[in-house]
Structure formats: structure tokens, C-alpha cells
Write a protein that binds this ligand. Sequence first.
Ligand code: HEM
Length: 419
Amino acid sequence: MSDIATLDPRRIRELFDLRSDVYANRGGGFDLDFYPELHRLRETGPVHAGVVGPLVGYHGEAFFQGLPFPDLPHFSVFDFATCQDVLRDGDTFGSKPTAPGPELDLSDSVMLYFDGDRHRRYRALVQSSFVPKRGAWWSERWIESTVQGLIDTFERNGRADLNVEFCAPIPLLTICGSFGIGVADALRVREAATSDGGDRALLASILMPIISERRKEPRDDIISVLVRAEVADGDGPREVLSDVDILGFALLLLAAGSGTTWKQMGITLLALLRHPRWLEAVRADRTLLRPAIEESLRWMPTDPMFTRYALRDTELGGVAIPARSVVHLCFAAANRDPARWERPDEFDPSRPPGAHLGFGGGPHICLGMHVARAEIHTAIDALLDRLPGLRLDEDAEAPQIIGMYERGPTSVPVVWDTP
Ligand code: HEM
């Protein structure tokens, strides 16, 4: 991908800076370590009335994830077992909001908010493109060339902020590539995906020409999978997806694909750089990289909470939950539940493997998790191969992991040995 060098680093920094306006109403600038508070809350009960942010001392605005429904009762769940129970009980807890708001506006076209059979039918349309055996397709077609192309741009410099120069563009270019969108339009896609609720007009202006081309002549990409997909609503006849359906899918995949992995990659890199013992161990034995990535997803998931809505009166952890309540599942807290993990605050890739909630769970478990894992793995593997002596840049401003509803590093400043 030779045009990688044409990406504008200033614009990347604007679009991928948690402290910028882009992330203002996702609590991007929140810079406290909320884990001690999460422990304190869990210790006094698995379920609390209220929303995670205010419960840990964040009172800023939030646009998404069930947060803006002031008239509904809100509850937050802090332990692993209760989070699992909610994720698995789709009859009691749905994903479709129970009140009007920005998410309800999207809930007719974005499968994150679909429930039951409809969710299963729509997810099945794209599932086969995201299973582990498609890993080579993602790696060889998109990820490997992006990773190597980016390292080419800074390899001789001896220092870089990997957050902006590396972590941010990899998932963006991967998901855009898989939709037939070139490097030149990738940052505009990110712009469309980050505006509140998604800028459908901007996205449509980029995607509609590709959709109509692929309707005529399908290629080996995700947009061709979508234009050929047929779905029936209820018992009705099977029909190809409308342009609106395709745009809904595209918005979700482009936003989720470009907006999460870069932060988790940064968190994993920082965790390794700050634990040189683990960095050296992974450098010497690459089979340790996979457990290090899983441990980062447990230890500090970039998406610390997601939402469900109570479909009937129920009870959780001894707390009565009225129908229509918003139930916030705090994956960050669940992933450090001492009932499940010893020394939960420690980043320890050698701990026995065990399912975590970094990618959620139940029917909505992250569709892109194998792609995300492949991106982070390919990226760190290549850095360790190509940048000898890679280490934290002690002269740069110390990086911090920040954010309330989306978490990631402020920077990943590194140096390495150059000839
Ligand atoms: C480390 C990176 C990632 C993390 C931590 C992450 C996390 C999550 C979580 C927690 C959910 C569950 C939401 C819920 O239960 O309501 C989810 C869903 C989803 N993710 Fe990811 N994700 C990541 C990367 C990706 C990538 C790369 C893609 C696409 C290529 C993607 C596509 C999706 C989609 C489409 C859903 C909705 C699935 C459904 O509703 O059935 N994610 N993700």
C-alpha cells in the first residue's frame, strides 16, 4: 500500500486524540484511574442504582451506550457473574433501547441494537467473513501490507509516537480496505463514523458509488458480501439488502472496526513497554504475544461498558430492576473481579487463560474480535522484528491511559536503535 505515506498525521492526531472534541461526549478527557472506585463499588454489592460514570466521579456528557435517558431508571453491574447472566438472558435484557433517543434512531438499521431472531439473521449475513478461518484473508489482503507500509514511513527516524503513526491507521485502513475504500478516503470515513450517530450523508457519498459498482460486478470484499446478501424479515420472502441496510451495516463495521482496536493496541503496547520483563519475554518467544494481548483485553478493555434494557420487571444481585430500566454492564470492573482472577490489578500474561469480557459476551459478542486480535498481533510482531531495542521514550511526555466510556493512551512514545 504505497499511498500510506500520503496520510496526513495532523488529521490523524485530531481524529484519534481522546482529549479532542471528537471524544468530548464519550468522556475522552477523563484522566482518573477508575479501577479503585470500581473495586469499592463491587465490594459493596454487584449491582448499584445509577450510571458507571457518575458513580466513579465523572459527570460529563455522554452521547451513547444507554447514557442519555434521564427519565429511565439506570443500574450498573460490577461483577463478572452478573454481567454474564445479563449478556446470556436475551429474554429479559434486550439491546434495543426502550425509549426514544439517538440509539433508538439507529436501532432499525444497526444490528448492535437488534434482538432475537432478527439479530441472528442479520449477523449471519456477515459472520462467515469474520471467523478465524478467514484470518489469512484479512492478514494477507489488508493487515500485513498496512503494518509494513507504516513501519517503512518511520523506521529510519529512531523514534515515533506509535499511537498516531501506527496504532490509529492500522484498523482504519484494514476495515476501509475490506470495504473497497482507498487510503485517500479513509480519514473522511473516520470523520463520518465519529460524528454523533454517524454522518450518513458523508458515508453515503463515499460508499454509494462502490455499492453500485459491486452490484454490477462483485469483488472479493465485504461490500460485495453485503450486496449479494439476502434476508427475510419474519416469514416474508428473501430479499437482497436495501442500500439503507447496507449503509447501516457499513456504519457499524466502519465505526467499530476503526474506533476500538487502535486503543487496545496502544494499551497492549504500553503495558508491555512498562513491563520490560514481559516485553523481553515476548520478543524472545512470540508464542507469548497472544496471551499478552488477551491479558490486555482483560486488564484494561478499551470499551469498559455496554448497555442492555430490561424487557420486564426482574431482579439482579438482590436489586429490583423495573421494566424499561437501562442496565450498564461494566466490563472493566467484571474483568478485575477477584472472585474470578487472583491479583486482578496485575498485568500478568502468564495467568491461566479464562474467558474475559473485553469483547463482551452472548449473542452480540464482538463480531470483529478475530480481526482485532490479528491486527494487534501482526502489528506488535512486526515492530519487534523491525525495530531493535524498542523501548519507551523516557524523554517524551509520560503517556497516560485516559477516557471514561472509551479508554486508550494519550501517546505511545518509543525509541529504538538505528544503524
Ligand atoms: C480490540 C478491539 C475491539 C473491542 C475491544 C471490541 C469490543 C466489542 C464489544 C464489547 C462488543 C459487544 C457490544 C454489546 O454487547 O452490546 C462489540 C460488538 C461488535 N464489534 Fe467489536 N470490538 C473490537 C474490534 C472490532 C472490530 C475490528 C470490528 C470490525 C471489523 C468490530 C465489530 C463489532 C460489531 C459489528 C459488533 C456488534 C456485534 C453484534 O451486535 O452482534 N469490533 N465489540
